[in-house]
Design a protein around this ligand. Structure first.
Ligand code: NDP
Length: 248
């Protein structure tokens, strides 16, 4: 991971936080992007105390200006990014008859348009890095929900299906420029994500799942990201599904 300048969105908790710490441990310079300043700064202190290089950047991916400002700050601090882990997201299940259009819109704005805002801000740096001969990755976090069918997750699953298909198309566009595009589709992972749920039907489903399997830990998914990024430059794992062993 030496010579890697990694940008991680959703880096204040869960999968993003563990990926930032892992990549830093392996020698990457890491920029941690999220909204919660205190948590990001704590993570950066821990990385630096362990001998790593890290930068905390307060970003709301629903606001293009804040994403653009972070992109400029990364390039100024470390040079152009050559690894973007586009991971921030939210999962808010609910019954469709409840007509929670604001909740639908929030998921779309974060999981779909937010992902695009990050791509828009950082692809120029990825192109620049590739032209300079660096190994370059754009890794987007989708979900097994992009493939499987779950009642009450229609809007969330739709946003993740977007991320998966977007990634395949971008790969066709950016691969010829030596930018690897990968997508990760994790199954249930124990993070803060489900802590935001209010819909009882989904909480009951999760409690049942917890009784029947051991969930993934965010470290498990972080290892997959590190594995993708560690491949030789001509090797691009296009799509990785990583699941708890017992999850169907
Ligand atoms: P967490 O809730 O632990 O992490 C979500 C991250 O996104 C946080 O760092 C949060 O930081 C950030 N975030 C949320 N809203 C914004 C915003 N507006 N702007 C910037 N950052 C934001 O969940 P996970 O680690 O589980 O989720 C990471 C990704 O993995 C998501 O895309 C999720 O959909 C996906 N995923 C998760 C699965 C799971 O079972 N956990 C399964 C499949 C996919 P902050 O609040 O500080 O802004």
């Amino acid at each position: 991971m030496k010579n890697r300048v990694a940008v991680i969105t959703g880096a204040s908790s869960g999968i993003g936080l563990f990926t930032a710490k892992l990549l830093a441990t392996r020698g990457a310079k890491v920029a941690l992007l999220a909204r919660r300043k205190d948590v990001l700064e704590q993570a950066v202190s821990e990385i630096r105390a362990a001998g790593g290089e890290a930068l905390a950047l307060m970003v709301d991916v629903t606001d293009q200006a804040s994403v653009d400002a972070a992109a400029a700050a990364v390039e100024q601090a470390y040079g152009p990014a050559n690894l973007v882990f586009n991971n921030a997201g939210v999962m808010l299940p609910g019954a469709i008859e409840a007509r929670e259009t604001d909740v639908w819109q929030h998921q779309i704005d974060l999981n779909v348009t937010g992902v695009m805002r990050v791509i828009s801000a950082f692809v120029p740096q990825l192109v620049k890095s590739a032209e300079q001969g660096a190994t370059v990755d754009l890794i987007n976090t989708s979900s097994i929900a992009a493939q499987n069918i779950y009642p009450y997750f229609a809007v969330y699953s739709g946003t993740k299906a977007y991320v998966s298909h977007l990634s395949r198309h971008l790969r066709a566009e950016l691969g010829p420029k030596d930018i690897r595009v990968s997508l990760i589709e994790p199954g249930i992972t124990e993070t803060e994500l489900q802590g935001h749920w209010t819909f009882q039907g989904a909480k009951d489903w999760l409690a049942g799942a917890a009784r029947s399997m051991e969930f993934l830990q965010p470290q498990d998914v972080a290892e997959v990201v590190a594995f993708l990024a560690a491949q030789p430059k001509h090797v691009n794992l296009q799509q990785v599904v990583v699941m708890p062993t017992r999850q169907a």
